[in-house]
Design a protein around this ligand. Sequence first.
Ligand SMILES: *Cc1c(COP(=O)(O)O)cnc(C)c1O
Length: 382
Amino acid sequence: MTLAELQSLESRSVMDTYRRNPVEFVRGEGCRLWDAEGNEYLDFLAGISVVQIGHCHPALVEAVTGQAARLMHAGNLYYTEPSIRLAARLSELALGGKVFLCNSGAEAVECALKLARRHRAGGGFVVMEGGFHGRTLGALSATPQEAKQAPFAPLVPGFTVVRRDDPGALAAAVRPDTAAVLLEPIQGESGIHPLSPETLAAARAACDEHGALLIFDEIQCGMGRTGDMWAWQESGVAPDVMTVAKGLGGGLPIGACIAAPEFGDVLQPGDHGSTFAGGPVVAAGANAVLDVFEEEDFLEGVADRGRRLAEGLRGLELEVRGRGLMLAFAASEAAELARRLLLDQRLVVHATGPDTVRLLPPLTVSAAQVDDAVERIGRCLH
Ligand SMILES: *Cc1c(COP(=O)(O)O)cnc(C)c1O
């Protein structure tokens, strides 16, 4: 099928929710993608921070195909090893408590919200301007963006919104009946805005004072993206509950809600569940991703290449935000620039909002590929 035929079929058969670029990708390897005409691209988006160890990493392919050939699904009424092993590894990597596996980011957020409500019956939630937590009705209610929320009113009640990075406002919004504060340590969808350590500390203190849970949404900024396993580690402010998804499956749909030990048993039999969650194929894939993370100096390499990318962009006199390989630069007409980078320079990036271009390459990107991307951006700017 040609691209034109695909587009015509799409307009007749697919709900019109995405603005797709006119490129059909057919193959990927590492940080490279190929379109149907055989053109090669450098991928600095990784399917929005999903393809964490590069496209078709041999260890991931082997884990997934091997498991698919043995057993694809049995359901959560029985034991399968990959999911239990994955939960144990995630617990060890984060907070040391218990894990609920699910299928997506929004579902991880739903689980965290339900856990907090179960912990404090009837309690409210405090969320932040610029936050993004997903598209399901609960997660959307936690995502204070007029354009995304308004068509679906009335939303789930009980959400209070505070200004971005205003520790005083945050502290004042948390009250004795607050179930949880939900934040992204680095806001992703709204354009890569790291929250200050003071804001994270204020959230921690307010939650401690009132017995509310502190939930960090690490769906985009976690899984090694910043050069730490979790973005919050740099601040030293630990949450009670974390949400993880995107890069966890390296390309497969999987999410997780991780609770600290004190909150590991808040959800009880019958409180929550999902048919597909933690299935053996996606769990085997996530275990393979974590295996790659265990390779020597993996996260140090992410931090190094992140610094190299940020320096390269600053060398082009761009204003850079973010940490590790979660970076953005300011550009007027960002959408048009991202389009030219894709179609003329064959560099895959994404515009978040009218004046921000976001870069989220696979964490396995090489220094040479970082330099190559900076060159392509430079050629497009001048
Ligand atoms: C992408 C994202 C979500 C939603 O994840 P889905 O898998 O699209 O449901 C939630 N929170 C953050 C921070 C995200 O970046």
